[in-house]
Design a protein around this ligand. Structure first.
Ligand SMILES: [Fe+2]
Length: 307
């Protein structure tokens, strides 16, 4: 059985459409959603409708799904996340709001093969950022494979009999074979709001047959800059390479990932461009692969993690 693993879509219909367009050429049997279908992005109803059409579907709820559908009041959300959630709550149709409210709390075991959850199998709102949190989850659960989201950071934690290992996925496409006797926590990354410094959509394909392979993949999607110009390469559906600037991403706003912003010490020279997703001067493809220094760091615990 082949599974399409989606997490943290966050009302980003363009990002979800880019993935569905890509996997049209790659047969899969069942879609799995790890929560946060809505929140932040501008198209909550479209995102829910697109996801509902991916039947058969296994899904759990995320913290944004709960607040946007009225299950919770969002008292732990920061101001930006809460404003976006309240806006989403007003925009959601009754049918879609009811569908979100009906999403089960994780963990949910899918086809007796693996578990899915939003934050962790122990606490749906908690984060797994690093090996300490991962080890705690491994100790309190028995699932051989668990897919989780919430942190918006694509990563694999592997627990063998004598060690825990962190495996960072390499954009734009990363294949990994799961070994017998090793337990895994796998985060496919975020569809609609990546927080690893790479703005491309992130998802995973999991093959549960005897070879038990996962593949994480990053794709471009038609993004619009504040001036309304389109990212040309992504809108034409080209295979582009993952991009990451050397700058630090600013905290995400209601419109999704806000694009790169100069970090401290960066020279403030370049005037605002029409699109932050620019062509490389050296090739037709977009390129800003994660630098090894940054890729080795855990995801930020502050600011970018809205709640
Ligand atoms: Fe999320």
């Amino acid at each position: 059985m082949k599974y399409l693993i989606l997490s943290d879509i966050h009302s980003n219909k363009e990002a979800l459409a880019a993935i569905l367009s890509f996997v049209r050429r790659k047969p899969w049997d069942k879609a799995v959603c790890l929560g946060d279908v809505v929140g932040y992005g501008a198209n909550p109803n479209q995102a829910v409708d697109m996801l509902k059409r991916l039947r058969p579907l296994a899904a759990v709820r995320g913290n944004h799904d709960k607040v946007c559908s009225g299950l919770e009041d969002g008292e732990l959300f920061n101001r930006i996340a809460l404003e976006a959630a309240m806006w989403t709550r007003r925009k959601l149709t009754k049918v879609n709001s009811r569908w979100l409210r009906a999403l089960p709390q994780g963990p949910v075991v899918v086809d007796n093969t693996f578990a899915i959850c939003h934050g962790t199998p122990i606490d749906e709102d908690a984060y797994i950022f690093g090996e300490i949190e991962a080890l705690n989850v491994f100790r309190h659960t028995e699932y051989p494979i668990t897919f989780f989201g919430h942190s918006h950071f694509p990563v694999i934690f592997a627990l063998s009999p004598d060690a825990i290992t962190t495996i960072l996925t390499v954009a734009p496409s990363f294949r990994f074979k799961l070994r017998e006797g090793v337990r895994y926590l796998v985060n496919p990354g975020s569809v609609g709001q990546p927080r690893d410094g790479n703005p491309l959509v992130s998802f995973a394909l999991f093959d549960s047959t005897s070879r038990r392979r996962t593949r994480s993949s990053r794709r471009a999607f038609p993004a619009r800059s504040p001036t309304g110009s389109r990212s040309a390469a992504s809108s034409r559906g080209r295979r582009v390479r993952a991009t990451q600037s050397r700058t630090r991403p600013r905290a995400a706003g209601p419109g999704g990932w806000a694009g790169p912003q100069p970090g401290p010490g960066a020279r403030p020279k370049r005037p605002p461009t029409r699109s932050w997703l620019r062509r490389s001067p050296r090739s037709a493809s977009l390129r800003t692969l994660p630098s090894p220094r940054r890729a080795g760091r855990p995801p930020p615990r502050d600011g970018a993690c809205a709640c």
